[in-house]
Design a protein around this ligand. Structure first.
Ligand code: SAH
Ligand code: SF4
Ligand code: F3S
Length: 458
């Protein structure tokens, strides 16, 4: 799962009351979203629940009756940021005691008691399986703090329609929870057991998204390719989604390397709507560390999968997640990670320092041995190598044509538009009247390690 990484992108708080009509009389809600796409999708779901209950959207904290932070617990830094933001918001609450201040999502589940006991200005703590009860909990919170962080292995929200954020991509959560229990990871504890949404309900959602004008869908799950609703597996589902009229691009994240079947590879090869991009988290290149992480695969099996993918899917772009400084990681283990990344030559990578998470097996059983300074050194080393590789790969696109789905104005550069290539590369080009949510052919004229630069080809 790619993170809206709050450690590197402080302004990711994307969903400020997505899509709800703005109105005066009803209670107004403002949501800030942290963490991964799963949370973005959940914010859209919460907005659906709240809209049904008559809530309206606030565009700013100042105009809101309810402020919700939809949070992430993946690393300590993610939680620290939310605590900082809550303390900022507490001063707004001091001026307006009626304001309901709530925490939802993974950190709500992970730190429910701490939030309620140590932060008296928090009125509402709601875990990822309790969003159906949000309106009721907001009502209760007006008196005493309200809490619901029970995990429900049956909750898949399949009957609820999300209020989608405007944009070019519709997030479709196809499964919730995770059963893999990698030893470093908090997700199974805060998101509960794996469950898949029936394919029929998903197809209905995809058709609605297409009718709303979305040309791209991204299927979401913590191990998205282990999807199975009893009849339909992930490969079958991809095929079904590919047949929905109006959808031109299908993405998914994150697949687990050990759930990548030959059937899935063949299906991707057959269906040209499935983008030639895979985020394939490796975490480490050392077999010893992979074993301690309980990632189920070895580096050899992972590399074999990469070979099979690349031969079946010419032009495939790959990204990954890597953790450095996992307990017991020696220099030689780290070197194996560096070597694997040089071998695969990922288009891009998300690289993290190991962060001990209370409740996980690694936290309980393996001491956090690598000193902070050494973690920092390894992180900088691996980022430097990857930046160089990404730059080299991107420069290889110069002179080539890329079909780009236009997302809107570029953040920097006046008169520039930005969009994504099939291989998930960010492409910037002169706007010249191109419309958002259309496909244009761009001739690439330059590149950095993060961006392709080009102009429209007529
Ligand atoms: N289900 C996804 C992972 C979601 S979390 C998958 O398996 O791909 C996104 C990434 O955060 C993980 O891939 C991992 O690289 C990183 N991560 C998870 N727990 C972490 C921890 N305790 N410390 C540092 N990074 C962590
Ligand atoms: Fe976490 Fe592993 Fe599940 Fe991914 S597969 S969410 S890393 S436990
Ligand atoms: Fe996502 Fe963070 Fe939760 S990565 S699943 S929001 S812990």
């Amino acid at each position: 799962m790619q993170l809206l990484d709050i450690e590197r992108q402080p302004d990711v708080t994307a969903a400020d009351g997505v899509g709800l009509p703005v109105s005066g009389a009803a209670r107004r809600v403002f949501v800030e979203t942290y963490g991964c796409q799963m949370n973005v999708s959940d914010t859209e779901l919460m907005m659906g629940v709240l809209k049904e209950a008559g809530f309206r959207r606030a565009l700013r904290v100042e105009d809101a009756d309810v402020v919700l932070l939809n949070t992430c617990a993946i690393r300590e830094r993610a939680e620290e940021r939310v605590v900082g933001r809550l303390s900022q918001l507490s001063s707004v609450k001091r001026m307006r005691p009626d304001l309901v201040l709530g925490v939802s999502g993974c950190m709500a589940k992970h730190l429910a008691e701490k939030l309620l006991n140590q932060l008296p200005y928090v009125d509402l703590v709601v875990g990822p399986d309790s969003y159906r009860r949000l309106p009721e909990l907001i009502g209760e919170a007006a008196g005493n703090p309200a809490l619901d962080v029970r995990l429900d292995r049956h909750e898949d929200y399949l009957d609820l329609d999300p209020v989608r954020q405007e944009g070019t991509n519709a997030w479709i959560t196809i499964m919730r929870g995770c059963d893999k229990f990698c030893t470093f990871c908090i997700v199974p504890y805060v998101r509960g057991r794996e469950r898949s949404v029936p394919a029929g309900d998903l197809l209905r959602q995809v058709r609605i998204a297409a009718a709303e004008g979305f040309r791209e869908v991204t299927l979401l799950g913590q191990t998205v390719n282990s999807y199975h609703d009893g009849e339909t597996d992930f490969a079958d589902l991809l095929k079904m989604v590919a047949h929905v009229e109006g959808i031109r691009r299908i993405r998914f994240t994150s697949p687990h390397p050990s759930d990548f079947s030959d059937k899935l590879i063949d299906t991707m090869a057959e269906e040209s709507k499935v983008c030639r991009f895979i985020h394939l988290p490796v975490q480490s290149g050392s077999d010893r560390v992979l074993k301690a992480m309980e990632r189920i695969y070895s580096s050899g099996r992972y590399l074999d999968l990469v070979d099979r993918l690349r031969s079946a899917l010419p032009g495939l772009c790959l990204s990954t997640d890597v953790i450095v400084g996992f307990p017991g990681e020696e220099d030689s283990d780290f070197e194996s990670t560096m070597a694997l990344m040089r071998h695969v030559r990922y288009d891009s990578a998300f690289m993290f320092k190991y962060s001990p998470r209370k409740g996980t097996v690694a936290f309980r059983e393996i001491p956090d041995t690598v000193p902070e300074a050494e973690k920092t050194r390894r992180l900088q080393t691996v980022i430097a190598q990857q930046t160089k590789i990404s730059g080299e790969i991107n420069r290889g696109y110069v002179g080539h044509l890329q079909e780009v789905l236009v997302e809107g104005d570029a953040r920097r550069g006046k008169g520039q538009a930005v969009g994504k290539s099939d291989g998930f590369k960010t492409v910037v080009f002169p706007k010249n009247g191109v419309r958002t949510n259309t496909f244009v052919d761009i001739r690439i004229t330059g590149a950095t390690s993060h961006t392709l630069i080009g102009r429209q080809e007529h």
